[in-house]
Design a protein around this ligand. Structure first.
Ligand code: PA5
Length: 431
C-alpha cells in the first residue's frame, strides 16, 4: 500500500486576484534552484525515513517499557521536542487513549510548559511507583524541560528511591553534547540519540517522535515508510512535486499579494495538533529577517462557528489550507428520527463523517465564491503511512520556502534573547 495524498491548488489561481500561471513560471528557475539545494545536500531530516537504527532502538526500548508493565509514561519536552510527538499521539492513538481499559502500553502524558497546574496534575494521576519518564531535549539545557525533569526526578526518587529511579528514566538528546549526557553518565540513565544535524522542529521521525509513538502501540515502521515514499517522490520529481509547487504558491501569495496569514484547517479533530505542529515548523523556520508569513491553526467544522466569518469577510490577508480526510478511521450513522421536522429529519440516514466532508466541501466552495484563496490537502486515511508522508512533505515545503525567502530555515536566533534574560533572572551562573 502507498500513501495517497493529493494537493489541490486550483482555488489559489482561479479566485480573483489569485496567483497567475505567469507568476508561477517566472518563479520557476528559483524553485528549481531551491529543489537543487534540497537534493544536492539533503538536510538531516531528509534521510530519517531510511535511518533504521533510530527506529529499531526506539522500538526495542518501547517494548521494554511496555513489558515492564508501565502504568504511565511522561514525555517531558517543549517546542520541537514535544509538538511532533503530540501531533502523532492525537492523530493516531485512540482519542481517549488514557481512559481505555485495554489500551496498548501505558497512559501517556506530555509535560511541556512550566505551568505547575499541568505537572502537578500529572503527578496526581500517575502511579509513580510504575512510571517511566522520557526527558527530550536536544540541547540538554532548555530551562522548561530541565525544571520539569527536576520536579519529576524528585517525585520518582520519593516514590521508588535513588537506586530504582534511574532505571525508569530515558534521555532523548544529542549523542555527544549537553548536560543530559553528563547526568546520564553520572546516574547510569539510558539515552536515545537525536542526530546532531536534525533540528527540533524537524525531529519527529527521530526517537523524539518514534519512542512515544512505539510506546502507545503505533507502527513506526509504517510511519517511516510513508515518509520514505515522500522523499522518493520528491527526489524523483524535484521542483515538479506538488509539495514544492505549494511552497511557490504560499511564497507568492505572501510576497506578491500581501497574504501574510496561512491558515491550516483540517476537517478532523485528530489533525488539530498536526496543525499546531505545522504552525511551529513554519513560524520558527521562516520568521526571520523581517520575512515569513504567520501560520494559524483551525479545525473544521468547529471553527466554522468561530473563525470562518473572518476568513469569508475579514481582511484579504489569508490563504486557507483545508485538510480533507477521505476515509475517517471511525464513523457513526445518524439514526432517522423526527422525520416530520424538516430542519432535523434530513440528517437521519447520513453519517457523521459524511456530514464532516460535506461541510469541508461547502467551506471550500463558499471561500472560493467569496474570492478567498484556498487549497486542499486530501488524505485517503488518517494512519501511520499518511501521517508519515504528510509530515515529511510539510518539512520539505518549509525547507524549500526557506530557500525562496533566502533565510536559514534551520536556526532560530530570535528565541535566544528571551532565554538569556530568563537565565540571568533565575540566577544561572555566567548570565
Ligand atoms: O525547533 C527547535 O529547534 C526548537 O523549537 C526546540 O525544539 C525547542 O526550543 C526545544 O529545544 P530542546 O530540544 O533543545 O530542548
Amino acid at each position: 500500500m502507498a500513501a495517497e495524498v493529493a494537493f489541490d491548488y486550483t482555488n489559489l489561481t482561479e479566485v480573483e486576484g489569485g496567483v497567475t500561471e505567469a507568476e508561477l513560471s517566472q518563479l520557476g528557475p528559483r524553485l528549481e534552484e531551491a529543489a537543487n539545494v534540497l537534493l544536492r545536500e539533503p538536510p538531516g531530516f531528509m534521510r530519517l525515513p531510511k535511518t533504521s537504527d533510530l527506529s529499531s532502538r526506539s522500538k526495542a526500548l518501547a517494548e521494554e517499557i511496555n513489558a515492564s508493565g508501565a502504568a504511565d509514561f511522561v514525555h517531558v519536552g517543549i517546542g520541537g521536542s514535544a509538538l511532533g510527538p503530540i501531533a502523532l499521539h492525537r492523530a493516531l492513538d485512540h482519542p481517549l487513549h488514557n481512559l481505555l481499559a485495554d489500551r496498548p502500553g501505558p497512559r501517556i502524558h506530555f509535560a511541556e510548559n512550566t505551568d505547575p497546574a499541568t505537572l502537578r496534575a500529572i503527578l496526581e494521576v500517575a502511579n509513580l511507583s510504575n512510571t517511566w519518564v522520557n526527558v527530550v531535549t536536544k540541547s540538554g539545557s532548555t530551562a522548561e524541560t530541565m525544571a520539569n525533569f527536576l520536579v519529576l526526578r524528585g517525585a520518582l526518587i520519593d516514590a521508588v528511591g535513588e537506586e530504582a529511579y534511574g532505571k525508569r528514566v530515558v534521555f532523548t538528546t544529542d549523542p555527544e553534547e549537553g548536560y543530559l549526557v553528563q547526568i546520564a553518565e553520572r546516574e547510569g540513565i539510558r539515552r536515545l540519540p537525536i542526530p546532531p544535524d536534525v533540528g527540533g522542529r524537524f525531529s519527529v521521525l527521530t526517537p523524539v517522535g518514534l519512542l512515544p509513538a512505539a510506546v502507545t502501540g503505533l507502527d513506526v515502521g509504517t510511519l517511516l515508510r510513508g515518509a520514505g515514499q515522500c522523499v522518493d517522490e520528491v527526489t524523483r520529481e524535484g521542483a515538479e512535486h506538488p509539495i514544492l509547487v505549494g511552497a511557490a504558491y504560499y511564497y507568492l501569495m505572501e510576497v506578491e499579494r500581501g497574504r501574510n496569514v496561512r491558515v491550516m484547517m483540517p476537517y478532523a479533530d485528530a489533525l488539530e495538533r498536526l496543525a499546531a505542529w505545522f504552525v511551529q515548523l513554519w513560524a520558527e523556520s521562516l520568521g526571520k529577517e523581517g520575512k515569513g508569513s504567520t501560520p494559524h491553526g483551525a479545525v473544521g467544522t468547529t471553527d466554522q462557528h468561530s473563525q470562518v466569518q473572518l476568513y469569508m469577510e475579514g481582511p484579504q490577508d489569508k490563504v486557507i489550507e483545508l485538510i480533507e480526510v477521505e476515509n475517517h478511521p471511525r464513523d457513526l450513522r445518524i439514526p432517522k428520527a423526527y422525520e416530520d421536522l424538516e430542519g432535523v429529519g434530513y440528517l437521519g440516514g447520513h453519517t457523521l463523517a459524511g456530514l464532516l466532508n460535506v461541510e469541508c466541501d461547502a467551506t471550500r466552495k463558499a471561500l472560493t465564491e467569496a474570492g478567498r484563496p484556498n487549497a486542499t490537502i486530501k488524505l485517503a486515511a488518517v494512519d501511520e503511512e499518511h501521517l508519515g508522508y504528510l509530515m515529511q512533505a510539510l518539512e520539505v515545503q518549509t525547507a524549500v520556502a526557506g530557500t525562496l525567502y533566502g533565510v536559514n530555515a534551520f536556526d532560530q536566533p530570535g528565541v535566544e534573547a528571551g532565554k538569556q534574560i530568563t537565565y540571568s533572572r533565575m540566577g544561572r551562573p555566567g548570565y
